[in-house]
Design a protein around this ligand. Structure first.
Ligand SMILES: Cc1cc2nc3c(=O)[nH]c(=O)nc-3n(C[C@H](O)[C@H](O)[C@H](O)COP(=O)(O)O)c2cc1C
Length: 318
C-alpha cells in the first residue's frame, strides 16, 4: 500500500535541494506583502511566502525574512523590523501579483520599492510604514519577537507580529464573510509556480464542528471495497452521526417504487444530478454499481442522509 517514496535526510543533501523540497511540498503558501521603513525613513516592500496566522486572541501573524542563500546576510525587511518593530502585512490578489513579484527584486536599501513596483503607498493609522492601496486585505502590525532559526545561508528568521488594525475592502464581503471569489488570492508554490484561489479551484468541505461522526471504521467493508466510491466519498460517509434506522430505509425504498423511472434514462438522471431517480432506476435494474453511482451523486450534492440510506439498501442486497 502507498506510493514509492524518496527518503531524504537534510544533512545528506545541499541546502538548495532542501529548499526546493520545502517550496514544492509545502504549498500553496499564502503571500505576505510586507511594508517596513528603514531608520532613515526609506520605504521597503517585499513578499514573503513563509507566512501564516497563528492565533486570533491576540491576532498574531508570522513570516520569515530569511538570510540570503548566496552569502548568509540578512535582508532589508529583517533590519527594518529589528530597528522599528513595525510593519504592514497585506494579502496579494491576482490583479497585483506581477507587481508584487517586481517588489521582490533585491533593490539596494536606498531604493523605495513602492516606486519600483508601482504599487501605491497610503498612510497607516497606527504604525508608521504605509499600506499598499491595491491590496484588498491589509494588517497594521507590531512585531513582538524575531526568532533566529540559524546563522548560515538560507536559514530562517521568524518575525512574530501582532495585528493592531485590519483594513478590509468592503467589496470582498459576502455578508460578514470574506468571499474567496472576490478576494481572488494568489499563493506561492515551488519553482516559479503560483496558484489562484478562485473559480473552480475553490470548493467546500463541511466542518465536523461539534458533530461526532461514526468514523471510517464503521463503514461496511463492501462499501470500502467499492470501485466507484472514492476515498473522499468514504471520508464523507464516516461523518454521519447516526446511521439511519431500518424503517427510514424501508420508507425510502417504498417511496422510490412510486416514482416513474425509465431504466434507459439512468445516464440522463446522473447528468442532472438527480440521485433519487438514479437510485430508483438502479433498483429497477438491480445493479449494485449503479446504486453506488447514486450514492456518489448524493454525496456530491451533500445529501449524506440519502447516501447512507442508499448504502444500506446496497449492503442489504449483498
Ligand atoms: C512570492 C514570493 C515569496 C517570497 N517568500 C520569501 C520568504 O518567505 N522569505 C524570504 O526570505 N524571501 C522570500 N522571497 C524573496 C524576497 O521577497 C526577496 O528576497 C526580497 O527582495 C527581500 O527584500 P528586502 O531585502 O528588501 O527585504 C519571496 C519572493 C516572492 C516573489
Amino acid at each position: 500500500m502507498g506510493d514509492k517514496m524518496r527518503h531524504i535526510e537534510p544533512k545528506d543533501v545541499e541546502v538548495r535541494e532542501v529548499f526546493s523540497y520545502l517550496l514544492g511540498g509545502i504549498a500553496p503558501r499564502p503571500i505576505a506583502l510586507v511594508s517596513t521603513l528603514s531608520t532613515d525613513g526609506i520605504r521597503n516592500l517585499s513578499p514573503f511566502s513563509f507566512f501564516n496566522a497563528f492565533g486570533a486572541n491576540p491576532p498574531m501573524v508570522a513570516f520569515a525574512p530569511s538570510r540570503r542563500g548566496r552569502d548568509g546576510t540578512n535582508k532589508d525587511t529583517y533590519h527594518n523590523l529589528i530597528a522599528t518593530k513595525e510593519c504592514v502585512v497585506q494579502m496579494v490578489s491576482f490583479d497585483m501579483v506581477e507587481q508584487v513579484s517586481l517588489a521582490s527584486t533585491e533593490y539596494d536599501v536606498s531604493i523605495d520599492e513602492f516606486t519600483k513596483s508601482g504599487l501605491t503607498p497610503i498612510a497607516s493609522d497606527i504604525v508608521k510604514p504605509p499600506r499598499v492601496a491595491e491590496s484588498l486585505f491589509q494588517m497594521e502590525c507590531k512585531m513582538q519577537q524575531m526568532i533566529e532559526l540559524g546563522d548560515g545561508p538560507s536559514s530562517g528568521n521568524l518575525a512574530i507580529c501582532e495585528v493592531v488594525k485590519f483594513h478590509i475592502a468592503e467589496k470582498i464581503f459576502d455578508g460578514d464573510r470574506i468571499d474567496p471569489q472576490k478576494i481572488d488570492l494568489v499563493a506561492r508554490m515551488g519553482a516559479d509556480f503560483y496558484c489562484r484561489a478562485s473559480g473552480e479551484a475553490v470548493f467546500e468541505v463541511e466542518k465536523p464542528g461539534l458533530k461526532i461522526g461514526i468514523g471510517y471504521d464503521n463503514i461496511p467493508a463492501i462499501i470500502k471495497e467499492s470501485k466507484i466510491l472514492s476515498a473522499n466519498n468514504l471520508g464523507q460517509l464516516g461523518g454521519i452521526e447516526t446511521i439511519p434506522a431500518a424503517d427510514e430505509v424501508t420508507s425510502l425504498k417504498d417511496g422510490l417504487k412510486q416514482l416513474k423511472v425509465s431504466q434507459s434514462k439512468f445516464e440522463e438522471y446522473q447528468a442532472n444530478g438527480d440521485y433519487k431517480l438514479m437510485l430508483a432506476a438502479a433498483l429497477d435494474i438491480k445493479n449494485d454499481d449503479k446504486i453506488e453511482e447514486s450514492i456518489k451523486t448524493a454525496l456530491k450534492e451533500k445529501d449524506l442522509d440519502f447516501a447512507w440510506k442508499a448504502l444500506l439498501i446496497r449492503t442489504d442486497n449483498s
